[in-house]
Design a protein around this ligand. Sequence first.
Ligand code: FES
Length: 350
Amino acid sequence: MNPFAAPARRGAWRPDRWGRLVCRAAWDETHDVRSFLLQPEDGSRITHEPGQYLTVRTEGAGVERSYTITSSAAGDRAIIITVKRKPGGVMSGHLHDTLHPGDVVEGFGPAGRFGPATAPAECYLLLSAGSGITPMMAIVRTAADLGIDLDAVFLHAARTEEDLIGAAELAALARRLPRLRVLMVPSRPVNGWAGEKGRLDADALARLVPDCADRTVLCCGPEGFMAAMRVATAALGVPSTGYFEESFDFGVTEGEMAGDSTLPARRITFARSGRSFDCPQGTTILAAAKAAGIAMPSSCARGECGTCKSLKVSGTVTMSATTALRQREIDRGFILPCSSRPETDVVLDR
Ligand code: FES
């Protein structure tokens, strides 16, 4: 089949179940960031909103991780995920070292509620640090491809200019998007950087984006960066309703998930697979499932990504985080097992 030919009518990729994706290309973005072009193996259409992510698993890594989709949302034949190699990162190291064109990974999603599709506004401040730039790239690429007249300041902090992802491409995109202003700010430039440099703090923010209070802020980066920007933007007059953030700095350990295992156990049953296991009352259902050797899709383990979302058939749980659920999903009985501790025996539609 001619790969350039327009595809025949195709079905839609299912974002609520694991599916197979073929890696069609892989390339370096920087010395420690690599992108992978993934295409549904069955040729289905895969759509996403800019700012969403895909949860990935492979047999070799034995874990699941979420990565931002960095490709434009204008197309539906493939997506690109961009992965920073983390020190000791099982999945990121595995993808960097072993995922080559022709290989297959499993994907769950796209999912997530960060981005202009869920936070529509007249104008934005896209505020990122490190690999937090990835959802912003998807937003800008989508705007350019769809001819959206995006009014945005793109303010990105990195350690050195060698860590800046997509700097040359952003300059080119800014020519297509006349109301896009791109500001790259390395904190420790090494090669005679002529532009803005130094630490991105409240003073720098006020100076670089004087109309910050009039913009809806989409912020993504390490937890410490977002905490500082949350305070800084609030001090500059951005209301909490105009500030949105996203993090993949998922630091929750299995131990933290496990809770107090001395409390009485409740029985958790997966109705469709027929599997069941005990879950101490103070333990999350996800942690208990993992302890029992039962695989459940998960990524953040703190109620933010939605990967573990499950329909509760019966029973009562206490849910400590519901960020990833819409109210109508909660009303229909969906729970997040990573943040749910059972009060009674529970049956899930799994
Ligand atoms: S694993 Fe992210 S919401 Fe449960």
